[in-house]
Structure formats: structure tokens, C-alpha cells
Design a protein. Structure first.
Length: 296
């Protein structure tokens, strides 16, 4: 498939110079100024919207599944543009049950909608991402935005990736947006924790094990993206991953403090593109995958 732009990439500040990306953000979040509201989350929405528009999927014939959907507005936006959106999550359970995955989304999605939407085009269901209860080949599009990293262990993530691949129809597309290291400090690794455990005679890092994902487990290395998401999915990346980040993107690096606060270099909230956790830096990454037509 020939595409007009690079979709399989890291979020970059320069992306916000693209008029089409700004137009997509404005369409999804009309109440915000796309030129000043520069952050990873709106980039994720825009990448999904632009890709679906480019492949001609914004039609009444398209069935889309959102995995780990929460109450994100992209589901409501899509309900106004495609035939069917099914939003799934473990509503009422897990770390996000009191926020994005509140159980009230199951009972009254209208209360979560940021704008009027075609209610008959959106279905909300409780569902574990590791076991999607849909027949094989049910959807033209499956997407998950900043969710798959929260699905559990590498085995759990691989199971969810496999399920995403299974429920796609042959020729269908999956859009997986998650978090990827831009700079992975060697002290933020399982090997470093194992060494610290040994040097302190198990007093520190008692749970450290070789190869075990640690406190930065919500962020993937590029190798882990392939090992834990792409390979188990059985799908193919439409483009090679562009992991470059422009020098401008480092402006206003935002620190994720231990108490949950976000502290930027300038004191301003935006732009919020690169995030620092411990000694490492990460941002969003967009993966576009396709199910080969030869698969059942």
C-alpha cells in the first residue's frame, strides 16, 4: 500500500506543522487551538483519523473496534462518520475504573460524550482485551490508543495483540498507539535492578529478575514493540518504524515526578511531546498494521 505520509513513527513536535494534522485535531477537539494545544494525546487521535481517511475507511460500510477504549472522544467522533464503532474495556475494574473506564460508560455513554453523536452507531461493551468475544474477521479496523501497555505482562500484551489480529478481517488494519523510549537509560533496566539486588544482598529490589519488565514497564523499547505486539498479532507493519525525533521536540521536556505531577522545563504545559521518567525519555509511537489477505 502506497501512503502519502509516514504513519509508523514517534510523535514529533514538527508533526504539528502539518496542516492536515492540525485540521484533524481541530475536527476532533474543536474547542481547542490545535497550534498551541500540542501534546501526545491529540497527536494520537489525529494519526488515527488521518490514516482512516487516507485508506477510505471513513464510510458507512466500516466496522471498527476500540480496545481499551475508556470514554475517549475518538469513539464518539467515529460514530458520526462510520457504520459501527464497538468500544470495549474492563469498565469498572483496574486502575482506570474511576476515570476513563468508569462503569457509567456502559450504562449511559451519552453522559460521557463531548458532543452530539449518532447513538445507534456506537456500542459499548465490557470486555477483557486478552479475550475478545467476537468471531474471527469481524472488523475492518481495530485500534487501541495508549492502552495496550496497561494490559499486563508481556504475555498478556501478546495475547491482546493476537486477539486484535484475529478479529480483523483479511485486508483489515490495526492502529496501535503506545509508548516508546526515545532514550532508555541503562540504569532503568532489569539488568541494573538485578545487579542492585545482588550488591545489597536482596535488601533492595528483592523482586528483580533477569528480563523482567520493571517500573518503566508501561514504555516499550523498539525491540519490545516487535516482540510483544507486532509478532504476536500475526499482522505486518505497513511501514518501517521511523524512530527519529527532531531537536525541537526536546523543548519543554516534561518530567513525570514520583508523586504523579508533571513538571515541564519551562513551567508551561505545552508543548508536551517528550516525557522523562526516572532517567529515561519516552513519547507516543504509532504502529499501523495490516492483516494479509491470504489469512483466514
Amino acid at each position: 500500500m502506497s501512503l502519502s505520509r509516514q504513519y509508523v513513527k514517534l510523535c514529533d513536535l514538527r508533526d504539528f506543522e502539518d496542516p492536515e494534522l492540525l485540521a484533524a485535531i481541530t475536527s476532533i477537539l474543536p474547542e481547542r487551538d490545535a497550534r498551541t494545544h500540542i501534546e501526545r494525546k491529540v497527536w494520537e487521535f489525529a494519526m488515527l483519523a488521518m490514516f482512516l481517511e487516507e485508506i477510505g475507511a471513513l464510510t458507512e460500510d466500516t466496522r471498527a473496534l476500540s480496545v481499551g477504549a475508556g470514554d475517549e472522544r475518538i469513539a464518539f467522533w467515529l460514530a458520526n462518520r462510520i457504520g459501527k464503532v464497538v468500544a470495549t474495556d474492563v469498565y469498572g475494574e483496574g486502575a482506570f475504573s474511576g476515570n476513563e473506564a468508569d462503569p457509567s460508560m456502559l450504562e449511559d455513554p451519552r453522559a460521557h460524550a463531548p458532543f452530539p453523536y449518532r447513538e445507534e452507531h456506537l456500542e459499548v461493551r465490557w470486555m477483557d482485551a486478552r479475550e475478545l468475544t467476537f468471531p474471527t474477521g469481524s472488523f475492518d479496523v481495530v485500534f487501541t490508543l495508549s492502552s495496550i501497555e496497561h494490559f499486563g505482562s508481556p504475555v498478556d500484551i501478546g495475547r491482546s495483540a493476537s486477539e486484535i489480529g484475529r478479529v480483523l478481517r483479511p485486508g483489515g488494519h490495526a492502529i496501535v498507539v503506545t509508548e516508546c523510549f526515545v532514550r532508555h537509560h541503562p540504569l532503568d533496566t532489569s539488568a541494573a535492578e538485578v545487579a542492585k539486588r545482588a550488591l545489597t544482598l536482596n535488601r533492595r529490589m528483592p523482586g528483580a529478575r533477569p528480563g523482567r519488565r520493571i517500573a518503566l514497564a508501561d514504555v516499550f523499547t523498539r525491540r519490545e514493540l516487535i516482540r510483544h505486539i507486532v509478532a504476536p498479532s500475526g499482522l505486518r507493519l505497513l511501514q518501517p518504524l521511523d524512530a527519529t525525533v527532531s531537536p525541537e521536540s526536546w523543548h519543554n521536556l516534561t518530567l513525570c515526578s514520583p508523586d504523579g505531577r508533571l513538571i515541564s522545563e519551562t513551567g508551561e504545559k505545552y508543548p508536551m511531546v517528550l516525557m522523562q521518567l526516572r532517567r529515561s525519555v519516552f513519547t507516543s509511537v504509532c504502529l499501523i498494521l495490516e492483516k494479509p489477505r491470504s489469512q483466514p
